[in-house]
Design a protein around this ligand. Structure first.
Ligand code: ADP
Ligand code: ADP
Ligand code: ZN
Length: 216
């Protein structure tokens, strides 16, 4: 089963993808994470995307489609995936159709995480992750159980994204409204979109997503 988690920056896509990976043995495919890894490794791709990512604009459709193809080709044909942060433009929707068809894969659900704009800024500016394992945390909503120590791996190194500042967040929201929101009707016409209230607790949102997947 392949699904898309769709929602604005900070909606909780990464958090929910992580929970689905744990519970369903699905694999998260996050274009944001892959691009950040390229940046950190300072590869040619990383150098090319750095400025655009730091500004909050979208990188080119071609770059992300290539990343998706490479990632899918590393996975078995029966390995279900969660697309997190992809597709984000109409062109990416149609690329994904071709990519999936060529690999005999099919989209089962597009889950739209609906969240208030004001909540997003608070979620994003409080976001941090474990520098070792990548586990997600939040200053207010999800502190490590023991202060300064990662619950998952025990690391004491944490990091914040350079684009998680209020100004860049506004740009990212603008990109979402202008380019990503318009892809919803394409999937709605196909009858595969379910809107989930993203304003509840992480567990409440997770339960709502589980209920959607249980319908299959
Ligand atoms: P968020 O967690 O805020 O939704 P991401 O981690 O998904 O953000 O993405 C971070 C940045 O990476 C984006 O602002 C954009 O520059 C780039 N990016 C990620 N995914 C895509 C995509 N599918 N298309 C174009 N750019 C992308
Ligand atoms: P996205 O991948 O959509 O950009 P994240 O999953 O990284 O979003 O979540 C953004 C921030 O908000 C993180 O710090 C995360 O811990 C926190 N968060 C995620 N879901 C919730 C929720 N339901 N309630 C409160 N905070 C949340
Ligand atoms: Zn960790």
């Amino acid at each position: 089963m392949d699904i898309i988690l769709l929602g604005p920056p900070g909606a909780g896509k990464g958090t929910q993808a992580g929970l689905l990976e744990g519970g369903h043995g699905m694999v998260q495919i996050s274009t944001g994470d892959m691009l950040r890894a390229a940046k950190t490794a300072n590869t040619e791709l990383g150098q090319r995307v750095k400025a655009v990512m730091d500004s909050g604009e979208l990188v080119s459709d071609e770059i992300v489609s290539n990343l998706i193809m490479e990632k899918l080709d590393d996975l078995g044909p029966d390995q279900g995936v969660i697309f997190d942060g992809y597709p984000r433009t109409e062109a990416q929707v149609y690329s994904l159709d071709e990519i999936l068809t060529a690999r005999n894969r099919k989209l089962h659900h597009v889950i739209e995480l609906a969240v208030d704009v004001e909540a997003l800024v608070e979620r994003i500016t409080g976001r941090f992750t474990c520098g070792n394992c990548g586990e997600g945390y939040h200053d207010t909503f999800k502190q490590p159980t023991k202060e300064g120590v990662c619950d998952v791996c025990g690391s004491t190194e944490f990091k914040r994204r350079p684009d998680d500042n209020e100004e860049t967040v506004r740009t990212r929201m603008g990109e979402y409204r202008a380019k990503t929101q318009p892809i919803l009707p394409i999937y709605e016409e196909r009858g595969i979109v379910t809107k989930v209230d993203g304003m509840g607790s992480m567990d409440a949102v997770s339960n709502a997503i589980e209920a959607v997947l249980a319908l299959d």
